[in-house]
Write a protein that binds this ligand. Structure first.
Ligand code: AMP
Length: 296
């Protein structure tokens, strides 16, 4: 009787602290412990530098499952050599505090060698969805994302894994790879969390100068205006999207990578209403590249 009580008490104490897991062996041991108690796990993969957008996913996870797990790993395979891997913000101490505050039970923060040991050579590639939009400008990106997300999902096999609609094409790639590879995990897409002026929260917003930060709000406004014009139906989609690009330039954006209206699931170019659509955009303010999207 006393032993049972002691075991329950230790399990209770264990549940009060947030576990920091540095290797996949520690991760597996933690998952086994939770599964032995027949408890559910939600999982939020991130690259850290956490803001309220990330934390909204963690909080959602705590509502849906007994335990919320967060991973923090700046994934080198999704950065091209000229991109900002080295400069990507790393704020682990602060991230851990934020995860704990949001109710996470554990954080997996592995080193590069734990995820990509020497000799690693396997890649997951979602061949069609990776091509348009972001894929045109970052051809390596979705193979890197798909590979690391597959690895993480297979280690944890959570009940649900939560991803933000902020990275809309990424979310569609993940839905597809989970479906195609029969990974027994439910993927949940969560709405984009925005600043008060509409700018989607992003780890990269901190790179914006004060004046660019003011201009950045135009991205969401332009998407909203394009959506309105698409509903009004007075112009062709292509004319509306061209106007949106012009408006971004007028607002001070220095390069417009794309503003496109696509089928919300396949991401094929859309030219008429009648099914769920999404307008997606990527544009630069100086050296900072922002992406956003809106449902139609
Ligand atoms: P990242 O650390 O940028 O790879 O993002 C980790 C997860 O957080 C991804 O599923 C993102 O889509 C999601 N996320 C990033 N920014 C936001 C936001 N503003 N609102 C909701 N989710 C977000």
């Amino acid at each position: 009787m006393n032993v049972v009580f002691l075991k329950q008490f230790l399990l209770f104490l264990n549940s009060l602290i947030m576990h920091i897991l540095r290797t996949k062996n520690e991760l597996r041991a933690w998952v086994s412990l939770i599964r032995a108690e027949r408890k559910t796990i939600s999982f939020v993969p991130t690259m850290g530098a956490l803001h309220d957008g990330h934390l909204s996913l963690v909080r959602l996870g705590t509502q849906r499952c007994h335990h919320a797990l967060v991973s923090i790993f700046v994934n080198p395979s999704q950065f091209a050599p000229h991109e900002d891997f080295d400069a990507y913000p790393r704020t682990l101490e602060e991230d851990l505090k934020q995860c704990e505050k949001a109710g996470a039970t554990a954080v997996y923060a592995p080193g590069k060698e734990d995820v990509y040991p020497e000799g690693f050579q396997t890649q997951v590639s979602v061949s069609k969805l990776k091509l348009p939009l972001e894929g045109v400008f970052r051809p390596h990106f979705f193979d890197g994302v798909a590979t690391v997300v597959t690895k993480l999902l297979l280690q944890v096999l959570p009940d649900i894994a939560i991803f933000g609609e902020k990275d809309y094409q990424q979310l569609q790639v993940i839905y597809k790879l989970v479906e195609d590879l029969d990974i027994p995990v439910t993927i949940l897409g969560a709405p984009t969390v925005r600043e008060s002026d509409g700018l989607a929260m992003s780890s990269r917003n901190r790179y914006l100068s004060a004046s660019d930060r003011t201009k950045a709000a135009a991205l969401y406004q332009v998407l909203g205006q394009a959506r309105k014009e698409i509903f009004d139906g007075k112009d062709s989609f292509s004319a509306i999207l061209e106007r949106a690009k012009e408006n971004l330039k007028k607002a001070g954006f220095t390069a417009i990578d794309y503003v496109e209206c696509c089928d919300a699931k396949t991401l094929e170019t859309a030219t008429s209403l009648g099914k769920p659509l999404r307008i997606l955009a990527a544009a630069k303010l100086g050296n900072t590249r922002l992406i956003d999207n809106i449902a139609v």
